[in-house]
Write a protein that binds this ligand. Structure first.
Ligand code: PAF
Length: 280
């Protein structure tokens, strides 16, 4: 399939208005490009939900810190369009900076709740305000019925879900389970940076999460289970940013055993930062 390329907000609105006139539903898959199998899985999930899928590609400067090199973010429009076409995305929205942040732009979505859980936000303090601002704009600009987000970035999923609810944005945010390699390692564009031996070691994150979840289900205190997972990972050579049991919706520290829980982890293996999460 050859997706329609929509390079301005005006072109996007023409296309989505035509879909609405035909009575079609549509899903949006927000991305920053560098399309991989995680994204194409979201497109496939969008196709199952809605009549049309629109993928957005915009490298959002507002979610990069001063020390993170926005200019070095991988850009490959031709490759991305080919992969998204193969996955069945009907249209691709490629807004210019003037469509997203025109001169004088001065509004930022300011977050609390899951965005201030002390997980990713502890390491990238301004990240989620930048994400929420661009995602709110993409939801409003596309007017989509559904938004597809991967569970791999679990905190991001919960932040945009809460934001859409709080701002009464008429869109349903849908979390899609993490795609895993055969042995269980979460698929990630960063896995290519792992050496052969690191690739073997990397699996320990998922294995330790599964083990901690089993122990919690068997009655072990969540703090005890996650602390021992942290110690095991450190002993294996990981630099652990966090392994934490959280309420699956609010991301607060669970207060009761019967709350829905999620185990969330981030750790460095050499120069590669890996994240993963699983339900308890
Ligand atoms: O997950 C991403 O790629 C980005 O954070 C998103 C949601 C496209 C916002 O820029």
């Amino acid at each position: 399939m050859k997706p329609k390329l929509l390079r301005s907000l005006a072109a996007l609105r023409r296309e989505t208005s035509a879909w609405r006139r035909e009575g079609l539903t549509y899903a949006v898959v927000p991305t920053m490009g560098a399309i991989h199998s995680g994204h194409t899985g979201l497109v496939a999930a969008g196709r199952e939900r809605a009549d049309r899928v629109i993928t957005t590609i915009f490298v959002n400067p507002k979610q990069f810190a001063a020390n993170e090199d926005l200019g070095k973010y991988p850009r490959d429009e031709e490759g991305d369009v080919r992969k998204l076409g193969k996955a069945g995305s009907h249209a691709i929205y490629l807004p210019g900076p003037q469509d997203m942040y025109p001169q004088g732009f001065s509004t930022t979505v300011s977050l609390a709740g899951p965005a201030k859980a002390g997980l990713e936000d502890k390491f990238r303090p301004q990240f989620f305000d930048g994400v929420a601002t661009v995602v709110a704009k993409l939801f409003i600009q596309t007017g989509a019925d559904y938004a597809m987000f991967g569970e791999k970035d679990y905190q991001q999923l919960k932040v945009v879900t809460r934001m859409a609810k709080d701002l009464d944005l008429p869109i349903e945010v849908i979390g899609i389970p993490t795609v895993r390699e055969e042995d269980g390692l979460a698929k990630s564009s960063r896995n290519v940076y792992l050496s052969k031996s690191e690739r073997q070691q990397a699996l320990a994150i998922y294995r330790n999460l599964v083990n901690a979840a089993d122990r919690i289900r068997a009655g072990v205190n969540p703090q005890t289970a996650t602390r021992s997972a942290t110690r095991t990972l450190m002993a294996l050579g990981f630099k652990v940013d966090y392994v934490s049991a959280r309420n699956a919706e609010t991301l607060a520290i669970p207060q009761h055993r019967d709350e829905p829980m999620r185990l969330i982890a981030a750790a460095w293996l050499g120069k590669t930062r890996l994240i993963d999460n699983i339900p308890v």
